[in-house]
Design a protein around this ligand. Structure first.
Ligand code: NAD
Ligand code: ZN
Ligand code: ZN
Length: 348
């Protein structure tokens, strides 16, 4: 089979590798029919993720069809159309049982294993461990181009942003960063009855998208960002401030937007320490949440996509074939300049 193989910082190649096969009785093999690229894949290519070593197949998002099942798999069969999520869960360890499979202990102590600790989904075939507890059947009426965004970005915006932030009916919500993840938070926060959803970004195209995705207001980052957002909330600040960029300054912005008693929900992956003004924050009764996505909201999101409440397909702006995967990476790497959100990659 062919796959996108990581060969150290800055190097990757779409090349011939041995076919993915069943290794454990709880495995299945999936023929990948749609995959995509995540910002994390770009971090890996920069050499930021030391656990990813030369020879690893990249990717942690896929939609496809099962071609082989291990002896212990009972919930899925050959020919089933499935969503392969970013998080794999054994279903039995202490974290899986607590509904927190992001920290599944069974393979390397973390739920994110594809394209990280084991071979990933940017390939013609992928081996999926713990298939019964990890895969999701895709309902009729949900297309591959919709389902693929439920593997990672939509559950991330929803779980780590909207649910962790505790959005309630009537709330005002700010989302700092309107990339795929921030836009996912915007798409799903309306489902909880937010009265105002304010998108904050440096990029005009992303802000236009934010309004299309259901934001009520868009604020371009500038010297008056905080004052502009506060003015939109009767001078109080927002109930829930979601950070979806991953820089110290954007977390500080998110923290400055929240009203007393509100919640700051950090989604961004941070690479450096962040100094928070605790001398101002302690008296504000605010909550700060953070974490790795569990992807446990996928069944809910699949239902909402099937019923038309979440137009997940809006996330895909560019399509490529496996043979064009280098081009797909180039477009995604310069997403803002290319007016790209997520890319859809198919066998072609
Ligand atoms: N916690 C998790 O489980 C999890 C999972 C997936 C992704 N993430 C993280 O979520 C974050 C967002 O991911 P993404 O794929 O949407 O990234 P992205 O790069 O597509 O989007 C980031 C957005 O932030 C905007 N931005 C940049 N600088 C800004 C600033 N100073 N102020 C306001 N906006 C600014 C950009 O214009 C862009 O629209 C990343 O840090 C990513 O690593 C976290
Ligand atoms: Zn990802
Ligand atoms: Zn587990």
């Amino acid at each position: 089979m062919k796959a996108l193989v990581y060969h150290g910082p800055g190097n990757k190649a779409w090349e011939d590798v041995p076919d993915a096969t069943i290794q454990d009785p709880t495995d299945v093999v999936v023929r990948v029919e749609t995959t995509t690229i995540c910002g994390t894949d770009l971090h890996i290519l920069q050499g930021d993720v030391a656990a990813v070593t030369d020879g690893r197949i990249l990717g942690h998002e896929a939609v496809g069809t099962i071609t082989a099942v291990g002896d212990a798999v009972s919930g899925f069969g050959v020919g089933d159309r499935v969503l392969v999520p970013a998080i794999t869960k054994c279903g039995r360890c202490v974290y899986c049982q607590r509904g927190m499979p992001s920290h599944c202990q069974t393979v390397g102590g973390i739920g994110w294993i594809f394209g990280h600790l084991i071979d990933g989904t940017q390939a013609e075939l992928v081996r999926v461990p713990y298939a019964d507890t990890s895969l999701y059947a895709i309902p009729e009426g949900v297309t591959d181009e919709q389902a693929i965004f439920l593997a990672d970005s939509l559950p991330t915006g929803y779980e780590v942003g909207v649910l962790a932030g505790g959005v309630r009916p009537g709330d005002t919500v700010a989302v700092v960063g309107a990339g795929a993840v921030g836009l996912s938070a915007i798409l799903t926060t309306g489902l909880w009855g937010a009265s105002k959803v304010i998108a904050v970004d440096t990029n005009k195209f992303r802000l236009t998208k934010a309004i299309e995705f259901g934001a009520t207001d868009a604020v371009e980052v500038g010297p008056g960002t905080v004052a502009d957002v506060i003015a939109l909330t009767d001078g109080l600040g927002v109930d829930v401030s979601i950070e979806a960029v991953g820089y110290p300054e954007t977390l500080l912005t998110a923290a400055s937007l929240v009203r007393p008693g509100g919640t700051i929900a950090n989604i961004g992956v941070h690479g450096t320490p962040v100094e928070l003004p605790m001398q101002d924050m302690w008296i504000q009764n605010v909550t700060l949440t953070m974490g790795l996505v569990d992807t446990v909201s996928i069944p809910t999101l699949l239902k909402m996509v099937a019923s038309g409440r979440i137009p997940a397909e809006k996330m895909g702006t560019h399509s490529f074939t496996f043979g064009q995967i280098d081009e797909a990476y180039d477009v995604f790497k310069n997403a803002a300049a290319n007016e790209a959100l997520k890319v859809v990659i198919t066998p072609g």
